[in-house]
Write a protein that binds this ligand. Sequence first.
Ligand code: SF4
Length: 227
Amino acid sequence: MVERKRDDGKDTRVEYLMRRVPAEEVSINPVVPELVKKAERDGVKLVWHRFLAQQPQCGFGLLGICCRNCNMGPCRIDPFGYGPDRGTCGATADTIVARNLIRMTAGGAAAHSDHGREVALVFKMMAEGKAPGYRITDIEKLKAVASRYGIKVEDRKPEEIAKDLADIILNDFGKQDEEPIKTLEAYAPEVRKRVWTRLGVMPRSIDREIVEIMHRTHIGVEAIPQN
Ligand code: SF4
């Protein structure tokens, strides 16, 4: 067993014994319980231990009614009606919850889309012959994907098709017009596109939507939670 002492000299294994994770219950993956048990034997904290150590979690945070979006905060709303019912800027609980929710969504979209951006950039370098470690291995797949984007594939070199495809995809990140992004048109289910259109939330550009979310949820901009 790994010997671990905290700065105050306390043996952290005592903490683990106090916060034993029910190893068989934390995951449907049969490998995980063994790993949890080994971690506890070795005195290693995993996500489940850290989660237990956070209990009880902040009630304001769980309800989403704490806001740190500007330096007049942090502000929090009293869910029981005895304390403040608005943030310093006037934001209600609904506004704060909506802002927090969509900012989390924007953060997730930023993380995933930026992975995609790197792939698209490497793909373009490959198409231009600037990434010698990469090559097209499945030309039929390339043509199938390009066709979804409306790119002409007949009688063209794979690299030409790939370059057009990379340009369209990279344009989806930063274009400034109001048209939906091409990747969405190419891959989103028709019924979903109709729902998004009806609600007026068809994404026009990956980066732009994230920026608009961050902008409109800041102090002094959008205050109507439905928006
Ligand atoms: S945006 Fe409003 S509710 Fe949020 S911290 Fe600033 S003043 Fe408080």
